[in-house]
Design a protein around this ligand. Structure first.
Ligand SMILES: [Zn+2]
Length: 269
């Protein structure tokens, strides 16, 4: 799946989940909290592909997401890729094939998703608003890069970085300080998980069962069979899937925001 589809799936899942919590669990969020959660989940849904490194010194290659903050994120991707490859070799069993890069390994597993979600929550709990502003900056950058890929490509990474910084600062200034920020860690974790599911419907698959050994393989790639797998960049992805995700996101957002708008104008339904 391509970057925009991943980001869109993160946003759609977060909005739909928030709508369900609002309707059935009486858990209400302010419009700002909703926007932050949605952006962070969209960014989180691109995070696992930060394991696709390019040529750092020439500012080339890597996944779209690795170019979000120019050479800085390319460098992070390089490090993530090498760490992933290291973990692959450290845990590989006799039937696991040799690899020369770590893409779609460690960052595409459930333990990684849980670790990232928990780590984000721990950072927010320990450092409060300052951790929040840093995480928001990073995640909003990824979300912008994913959701508005053509704009981001034209604008370049410096503009993306500045817009992310401004958005993070605005949120920092307006977010209440007394609630703790459990939803940010959850949004990152859910985003990562949605990314893994997105890659699972493609041909290459993901090692979702790691670290459960199966037939002397630790890194069994699980994906749909070739005949029904989603082809990256096909019409099924760019038109059908993205269309459905957009409709879902818009409906959930309307369901969340409409009641309070109607109430403001004193309209009874
Ligand atoms: Zn991926």
């Amino acid at each position: 799946m391509m970057g925009p589809s991943h980001a869109l799936s993160g946003a759609a899942v977060w909005l739909t989940g928030s709508w369900a919590l609002d309707q059935f669990a009486d858990y209400h969020q302010t419009p700002l909290a909703l926007a932050v959660g949605t952006a962070v989940c969209a960014g989180g849904a691109l995070f696992p592909d930060l394991d696709l490194s390019g040529k750092v010194t020439r500012n080339q290659g890597g996944a779209t997401v690795a170019r979000t903050f120019g050479v800085f994120s390319l460098f992070v991707a390089e490090v993530m890729e090498k760490i992933s490859l290291g973990v692959y070799y450290a845990t590989k069993l006799s039937k696991d094939p040799r690899r020369n890069n770590g893409h779609r390994t460690l960052t595409h597993t459930v333990p990684f998703t849980v670790l990232v979600g928990w780590g984000t929550t721990a950072l927010c709990a320990h450092y409060g608003k300052w951790a929040v502003v840093g995480i928001l900056f990073f995640m909003i950058g990824l979300a912008l890069r994913g959701l508005f890929d053509e704009w981001a490509e034209r604008a370049g990474w410096v503009v993306v970085t500045l817009v992310s910084a401004a958005a993070a600062w605005f949120t920092f200034a307006n977010l209440p300080g007394d609630r703790g920020y459990p939803m940010i860690g959850l949004a990152v974790g859910v985003g990562c998980f949605v990314h893994i599911l997105g890659d699972m419907i493609t041909r290459a698959g993901v090692p979702i069962l790691w670290p459960i050994p199966i037939k002397r393989r630790m890194w069994t790639m699980i994906g749909l069979p070739n005949s029904i797998a989603l082809r990256t960049g096909s019409k099924a992805e760019t038109v059908v899937l993205r269309g459905a995700l957009t409709v879902l996101a818009v409906l959930a957002a309307l369901g969340l925001v409409a009641p309070s708008v109607l109430q403001r104008f004193d309209i009874q339904v």
